[in-house]
Design a protein around this ligand. Structure first.
Ligand code: NAI
Length: 437
């Protein structure tokens, strides 16, 4: 049976335009009501999201916009704001249907709730999503800038209940365009006072996760080990570099682009084998190595791939690696594969964004502690703690990390309480904030 989400993104954008809607929202009425839409056009979709969308988990709100000049379908997804403003990057990606668009936004926003809470940040979870297959083509830089300026205006319109950042498909330069229309943006270029691209610390965080996994299994250090890296982009490339520095003996890498492959190989042609692969070729995950590091897209671990994994450990940067968080987590455990929860080890991107508006310090100690071995909330020690608890309780590390993250995400911000809900209440009552043009 078809659902209101079984339409294409261009079709939803067209319907919104035809109804004269630039912006619209679907939010949970903070006073205990249902998930309601701002316009009758979206009412069937809001009902479907609340009752049937597989990734809906009591999200606080979904805010949609069709860029007035670009025609791009844009969304800001707010999962939970107990710990503070919802925070997470904006993904610019191709979506086959509105259901896919909503699924990505809902799932990624929830993932950010858990990542931010586990990292001890006073932030909630949110995500921006833009459909690349809607609106004007963005090959030319001027149009691309318009897309991101319009997205910035959407973020301003929702009054700061969500703070945006960079994610797949978005660059630091794009963030400058976002920042030109909203103050609720991080990862902006250093020359504007921001922290820029967070991928290098993200890669180092993944290394810390790998080290914790090896130590937990009694396998020593990374020296002499072998690692397969799927995706040699902003995170994958520095990851290869750090692994070489740690004495990894053999690295096998794969990317769909020849450029990243050539750059990775050039780091050390003797120890790095890298190949160009197809988008639907998962064979890099099946390499005979100690560790597999998914650093490309999400949902790469599922029934079709897990049986082929020969590594003892999976630890990578990609968000939402498990296609089905429960059954695939179990399947990995049954096969004796230690899966390091993505939201535990890939936190450094958002951590780097977190303190951007309170001033910058060289080698900021608040950031460094996440990567050190001393702080019990840093990636290394917290990973060991979670792995130990998983062993003691007979659960998976993913389940243990999720429970801890969920608990922390419900703590209220010490100064601001659950202000995000107050903002959503204001939007429900008075509509979007004024954004100029
Ligand atoms: P990126 O876009 O720079 O790199 C991804 C690379 O994967 C690209 O080079 C792309 O060609 C390649 N790729 C795509 N599909 C592939 C496939 N099927 N097989 C092999 N290669 C493929 O993205 P980035 O920034 O490196 O992020 C990688 C992952 O890590 C993403 O899932 C992202 O959400 C996640 N992440 C990134 C953070 C960061 O700081 N950049 C922070 C937290 C998570």
């Amino acid at each position: 049976m078809s659902s209101p989400a079984d339409i294409s993104c261009p079709e939803l954008a067209e319907r919104m335009r035809a109804a004269g809607l630039v912006r619209a929202f679907m939010v949970r009425d903070p006073d205990g009501g249902a998930f309601v839409a701002s316009d009758p056009l979206l009412e069937p979709l809001a009902t479907w999201v609340e009752r049937e969308a597989p990734d809906f988990a009591d999200h606080e709100g979904i805010f949609l916009q069709v860029g007035p000049a670009s025609g791009t379908l844009q969304g800001a997804f707010v999962h939970r704001t107990c710990r503070g403003q919802a925070a997470g990057g904006v993904r610019y990606w191709q979506y086959d249907s509105v259901a896919d668009f909503l699924a990505d936004g809902l799932r990624l926003a929830r993932g950010m709730t858990h990542k931010n809470a586990l990292a001890g940040l006073w932030w909630g979870g949110g995500k921006g999503v833009m459909a690349r297959n809607t609106g004007r083509r963005v090959e030319d830089p001027a149009t691309r800038r318009v897309v991101y300026e319009e997205y910035g205006a959407l973020v301003t319109a929702i009054r700061g209940c969500y703070v945006t950042a960079e994610d797949v498909g978005t660059s630091v330069a794009d963030m400058a365009a976002v920042f030109s229309r909203t103050r609720f943006a991080t990862c902006i270029p250093p020359e504007l006072g921001g922290s820029g691209n967070p991928s290098v610390p993200t890669a180092l965080g993944v290394v810390r996760g790998m080290e914790a996994a090896l130590e937990h299994l009694g396998l020593g250090t990374l020296a002499g080990r072998s690692v397969a890296v799927q995706g040699l982009g902003h995170v994958g490339e520095p990851l290869v570099r750090f692994l070489l520095e740690c004495g990894v003996e053999r690295i096998v890498g794969a990317d769909i682009g020849p450029g990243p492959v050539a750059r990775a190989r050039a780091l050390d042609p003797d120890r790095v084998e890298a190949r160009v692969t197809e988008l639907d070729d998962p064979s890099i995950l099946f390499e005979e190595v100690d560790i597999v590091a998914p650093c490309a897209t999400g949902a790469v671990l599922g029934p079709a791939t897990i049986p082929g994994i020969r590594a003892r450990i999976v630890c990578g940067a990609a968000n939402n690696q498990l296609a089905d968080p429960e059954s695939d987590d179990r399947l990995l455990a049954e096969r004796g594969v230690l899966y390091m929860p993505d939201f535990l080890v890939n936190r450094m991107g958002i951590v780097q964004c977190a303190d951007e508006d309170v001033g910058t310090l060289p080698d900021d100690p608040r950031i460094v502690r996440h990567l050190g071995r001393e702080d019990e909330q840093g990636i290394f020690r917290l990973s060991l703690e979670i792995l130990g608890e998983a062993r003691r309780s007979g659960r998976t590390p993913h389940a243990v990390a999720l429970e801890l993250a969920e608990r922390r995400s419900l703590e209220r911000h010490p100064l601001w309480g659950h202000r995000g809900l107050e903002i959503i209440r204001a939007i429900l009552r008075d509509g979007f904030a004024e954004t100029g043009r």
